[in-house]
Design a protein around this ligand. Structure first.
Ligand code: ADP
Length: 507
């Protein structure tokens, strides 16, 4: 050992102490001694610290409890006792009380003393390390136990044969067993073995044999059995616990009754919603058909009167006929818009990849007359390809651009159609420099039949267009809103996910 050791020598015989010191000098200075004559002074010195060990010479003056007292002063200081051949009893007693080594005075050599000192230091070092490791283990065991106890999930530990080793409080609550009732029993009794899908007990041994098994670590849904033999749906995963020797397994299990009920409720709700949407569409379709036929007759006969029999009518009567035709036209528009609105969720086409430029082109074709008349400047920027129902997207762009044209101001009309990618979404903006609207009414305009500009002569409409837009955007998992400054213009903004979720949500 290259390290120099500094021991305290407690010896009430001055001559003997000097002898020991001299003896040591013959083997260099690997062990240095600092002498005190009695235990009291020895204790004082030990408390000051900075010592590697103690060499205590047992004599009649040394009290029996000396080792215990020295241990009290320093729990981890190595102690070597020096005894005579006749004091072997005292040597054994010292070891019992906490000394690490003893030497026999009659056979004392410098080498033996050095060896005893080193040995005592090593033993104590190992003991301290062991105690620290034990303490660490105790702490991590306590932490693990706290996690086990606080966990809301059932945590069940098993051996490779599937015997339960541990059953945490959440498992006790869920299954109705106490831990004592189950420890040592097979885990299979917690599951309904009559079902095709039951607890994969064989997987544990196979895992032990081959080091892998597809069932280990996989999430499975299974029927679990309570103590009263009622069953409940559970989700579990079995994980190996990496230990030396035979592995253990931990089951993490959760009662998913509430989730299942919620899913069931959601399914029922979705089915009901779909049925009611279908009923609505059917209803709208029948009503609109029933209404359209007499409406067509009214318009046709009125036009006949206007053209073929106009000589029979005075100016006032002619004006009335014009009102009737105009009213019928508005009613027709209302019926058509309602039909479109009801079809958004029922007449869906599959989601496909489609270029926005194409969507824009189609919607502008549908607005051909208005565009020819108003000649707006349409500026597009960065229009991407999107995943969407093309027909509905054409309807969306057409409604928004149609409104921009309809609610234009005296200025030359400019319409910007822009898209920007923000994280996982495309954000589209359709901006005009038209008459704008009161921004406090923003939410209202997306509701069905809500119109802010009600002068029919100037701005004809049904109040359904933006409600249709909202339905289409939401059906595509997006959001729509508007901003406006009166007399300066409006922006209609909507988002679409870059990659839509597989199932298009019903609204
Ligand atoms: P409609 O145009 O048939 O009245 P919409 O649902 O399309 O119905 O629009 C609702 C209301 O929102 C309109 O009546 C109008 O007051 C307002 N609005 C829609 N688009 C614009 C726009 N681009 N500029 C100003 N106001 C608009």
């Amino acid at each position: 050992m290259s390290q120099q050791l500094h021991f305290l020598l407690i010896d009430d015989d001055r001559k003997q102490a000097t002898h020991t010191e001299k003896l040591l000098k013959t083997v260099g200075n690997s062990l240095q001694l600092e002498w005190v004559a009695d235990l009291d002074r020895g204790l004082e010195r030990v408390e000051k610290g900075d010592l590697d060990g103690i060499l205590l010479r047992i004599s009649d003056n040394v009290p029996r409890a000396a080792i215990a007292q020295l241990r009290g002063a320093n729990r981890t200081i190595p102690i070597v006792v020096s005894v005579t051949q006749n004091q072997m009893e005292a040597a054994a007693e010292s070891l019992r009380q906490g000394a690490q080594e003893f030497i026999i005075e009659e056979f004392l050599t410098a080498e033996r003393l050095l060896e005893a000192a080193k040995y005592a230091v090593d033993v104590m070092k190992n003991r301290v390390a062991l105690e620290a490791a034990n303490e660490q283990f105790r702490e991590s065991d306590l932490r693990m136990r706290a996690v086990l106890n606080a966990s809301l999930d059932c945590i069940i530990t098993l051996d490779t044969k599937g015997h339960i080793l541990e059953f945490n409080p959440a498992a006790e609550n869920t299954f109705g067993y106490t831990s004592d009732e189950l420890v040592g029993r097979k885990a299979t009794q917690l599951f309904d073995s009559s079902r095709k899908k039951t607890f994969p007990i064989d997987a544990l041994q196979q895992y032990q044999q081959y080091g892998e098994n597809p069932e280990i670590g996989r999430r499975i849904e299974i029927k679990a059995l309570r103590k009263d033999r009622t069953d409940f749906p559970a989700e579990l995963a079995v994980h190996p616990v990496p230990l030396e020797g035979e592995p253990m397994f931990t089951i993490f299990l959760r009662d998913i009754t509430a989730r299942r009920n919620a899913e069931e409720g959601q399914k029922q709700y979705a089915a009901e919603l779909e049925r009611s949407n279908r009923d609505l569409e059917q209803y709208v379709s029948i009503v609109s058909h029933d209404l359209t036929t007499p409406l067509r007759a009214i318009t046709g006969f009125c036009q006949l009167l206007q053209i073929d029999h106009h000589t029979h009518f005075d100016k006032k009567a002619q004006e009335c006929l014009t009102f009737i035709v105009e009213g019928a036209r508005r009613m027709r528009a209302l019926i058509d818009d309602l039909r479109t609105y009801s079809k958004v969720t029922t007449k869906q086409k599959p989601i496909e990849c489609v270029a926005c430029q194409e969507i824009l082109k189609d919607s502008m074709n549908n607005l051909e007359l208005e565009i020819l008349e108003v000649q707006p400047e349409i500026i597009t920027d960065n229009l991407p390809e999107i995943m969407a129902d093309k027909t509905q997207m054409v309807q969306l762009f057409q409604n928004l651009i149609g409104n921009a044209i309809k609610y234009r101001s005296e200025r030359d009309l400019q319409i910007h159609v822009l898209a920007e990618r923000v994280n996982c979404e495309w954000v589209f903006t359709i901006r005009d420099n038209g008459i704008g609207f009161n921004p406090e009414e923003t939410d209202k305009i997306f509701e069905i039949f809500q119109r802010l500009h009600v002068d029919e002569d100037q701005y004809s409409g049904t109040g359904i267009g933006l409600a249709i837009c909202k339905r289409i955007v939401e059906r595509h998992q997006g959001r729509i809103w508007a901003q406006s400054v009166p007399r300066e213009g409006s922006s209609f903004i909507f988002t679409l996910p870059v990659v839509p979720e597989e199932r298009v949500t019903e609204r």
